[in-house]
Design a protein around this ligand. Structure first.
Ligand code: SAM
Length: 212
C-alpha cells in the first residue's frame, strides 16, 4: 500500500472512530491548532458546510455560548448540535437579510466546485468561490475577524492571496496533513480583518450578479 493511501486510511479511520462526518474535520482541527482561528463564544459562518464535520469541530471549539451557521447547496441532516443552525442555499445567491444584520467573528469556507477533472477549470471555479467568500466577509465579518478558505492552487492563486493581504493583517497559505499530498487543495488563512476591508469586486474575476 502506498504511503499516500496509508495517510488517507489514517484520517478516514480517525474520523470514523471519533464520530466525524468526514476526514475534513482534521483539516480545520490542524488549521485552528496552528493558527488559533476559533475562540470560545465566537459566532461563525461556515460556507460549504455539508456533510458537517467542520460544523462538528467548530461547535466544540466555540462552546455552548458560541454559535455557528452552516450554509450548503446540500441539506445537512441531523447534526443535533445546540449551537449549530444550517441553511440549504447557494452561497452565491445568499441574501443579506438572512443574517438579520448579525456580524461574524469567523468566516470559514471549505467550498469546492463540482470537479471536472480539468485542473485549470477546477482551479478557476475554486478561486471564484473564494472571491465570493471574500465578498461575504467584506459585508459580514467583524473588524479583526478571521477567514479560512479552501482553494485549489493554480495561476490565479497569487492574485487571490494579494486580495487577502489587502483585507487582513496576515494572510498565508496552509497545507494541512489531512489534505492529500497529490491534491492541489490548500487553505488561505487570514487573520485580523482590517477596518477598511474594501469590497474589491474590481479585482475579482467576473461572476454572476448576486445579493452581495
Ligand atoms: N467542510 C465540509 C465538512 O467538513 O463536512 C466539507 C465541505 S465539501 C468539501 C464542499 C462543499 O461545498 C460541498 O458540500 C458543496 O455542496 C459545497 N458548495 C460548493 N459550492 C457551493 C455554493 N455555491 N453554495 C453552497 N455550497 C457550495
Amino acid at each position: 500500500m502506498s504511503s499516500q493511501r496509508v495517510l488517507h486510511d489514517h484520517f478516514f479511520r480517525e474520523a470514523k472512530r471519533n464520530g466525524y462526518r468526514s476526514r475534513a474535520a482534521y483539516k480545520l482541527t490542524e488549521i485552528d491548532d496552528k493558527r488559533s482561528i476559533l475562540r470560545k463564544k465566537d459566532f461563525v459562518l461556515d460556507l460549504g458546510a455539508a456533510p458537517g464535520s467542520w460544523l462538528q469541530v467548530a461547535s466544540k471549539r466555540v462552546g455552548p455560548r458560541g454559535k455557528i451557521i452552516g450554509v450548503d447547496l446540500k441539506e445537512i441532516d441531523n447534526l443535533q448540535l445546540d449551537n449549530v443552525t444550517t441553511i440549504q442555499e447557494d452561497v452565491t445567491e445568499l441574501s443579506l437579510e438572512t443574517f438579520e444584520n448579525e456580524m461574524f467573528d469567523v468566516v470559514l469556507s471549505d467550498m469546492a466546485p463540482s470537479t471536472t477533472g480539468n485542473r485549470t477549470i477546477d482551479h478557476h471555479g475554486s478561486v471564484r468561490l473564494c472571491h465570493t467568500a471574500l465578498d461575504i466577509a467584506a459585508t459580514l465579518l467583524k473588524p479583526k475577524g478571521n477567514l479560512v478558505m479552501k482553494v485549489l492552487e493554480g495561476g490565479a492563486y497569487k492574485e487571490l492571496l494579494e486580495r487577502c493581504e489587502t483585507c487582513f493583517s496576515v494572510a498565508k497559505g496552509f497545507k494541512p496533513k489531512a489534505s492529500r499530498a497529490i491534491s492541489t487543495e490548500m487553505f488561505v488563512v487570514c487573520t485580523g480583518r482590517k477596518e477598511d476591508m474594501t469590497k474589491p469586486m474590481d479585482i475579482a474575476p467576473p461572476r454572476p450578479s448576486s445579493g452581495w
